[in-house]
Ligand binder design. Sequence first.
Ligand code: 16G
Length: 167
Amino acid sequence: DPSKFKAGYKNGVSPLHPGEHLHIRPLSIGDYEKGYLDLLKQLTAVGDVSKEDFIGRFSQMKSCEDTYFIVVIEDLKSGQIIGSATLVKEQKFIHHVSSRGRVEDVIVSDLYRGQQLGKILLDVLVALSQDLGCYKVSLECKDKNVEFYTQFGFQKTEGQNFMQLRF
Ligand code: 16G
């Protein structure tokens, strides 16, 4: 529902029109050949992921109905994936058997920064999490990105901490 998207775009760009030659859509298996994993390497360690590994993980995610929503932006001119963000819908007993949305792995290729593509990806995932009936949506990010996420309504929560145990 396009009316759900917040305003505030410049230069005629919007989630429905991300830019010349740019196409926004769900991740597909063929994106292995379109540099999807190289894009993720701009976010964190990815390692050696074979096509077989990729297909296996893709299929596992797909088999979890209504759970993984990976949105990508493809540059149709180069045939490369240049932006991506994931929404995970986590099912709960709490809040009257509701669900929580988690925004993960948000990345826009360094060559495409400053074109409002991060905003597009976030607007799409926030609208999607609402449509899916999540009672909240959350994310973890670096200090330098806090301001970016504030524009979508994300807020740091007083008295709540992000904790992790790494292996
Ligand atoms: C950031 C990402 C998170 C990603 C992590 C990878 C967003 C909003 N946050 O926290 O989704 O999984 O970085 O870093 O995109 P790591 O390899 O140190 O876990």
